[in-house]
Design a protein. Structure first.
Length: 117
């Protein structure tokens, strides 16, 4: 049996922009993506701490060090600039694999840099 397990998380990042006129996704600073083990076009769950909304979408990379967290497409109706979000990626693994696995958890600072790992 495979179990869906948290693989990586960017905790308390700040949305830097929300653009409705886009096919849909979330842009994330490549530095944060790499630190959390998230790859381009991977599906993530986005939880908005500010308003309680949750959505699932895929990731597009933003320039490394830019601090950008951009909500793109229809999701921009649910989340806006300044909102605090938690970004989570998941993987499938066996029960045995989960016993020694630790997800990569990143805590973002106020500028979407890495505060803690």
């Amino acid at each position: 049996m495979l179990i869906k397990t948290l693989k990586g998380k960017i905790h308390r990042a700040t949305v830097t922009d929300a653009l409705i006129d886009y096919p849909g996704s979330i842009g994330i600073d490549t530095t944060l993506m790499e630190a959390a083990g998230i790859v381009p076009y991977e599906v993530v769950l986005v939880a908005d701490v500010t308003n309680g909304n949750r959505l699932e979408t895929y990731v597009v990379p933003e320039p490394a060090g830019s601090g950008k967290i951009t909500i793109l497409g229809a999701a921009a109706h649910l989340m806006k600039k300044g909102d605090i979000v938690i970004l989570m990626s998941f993987g499938l693994m066996t029960l045995e694999e989960t016993k020694n696995f630790k997800p990569k958890v990143i805590i973002a600072d106020e500028n979407n840099g890495i505060k803690n790992m």
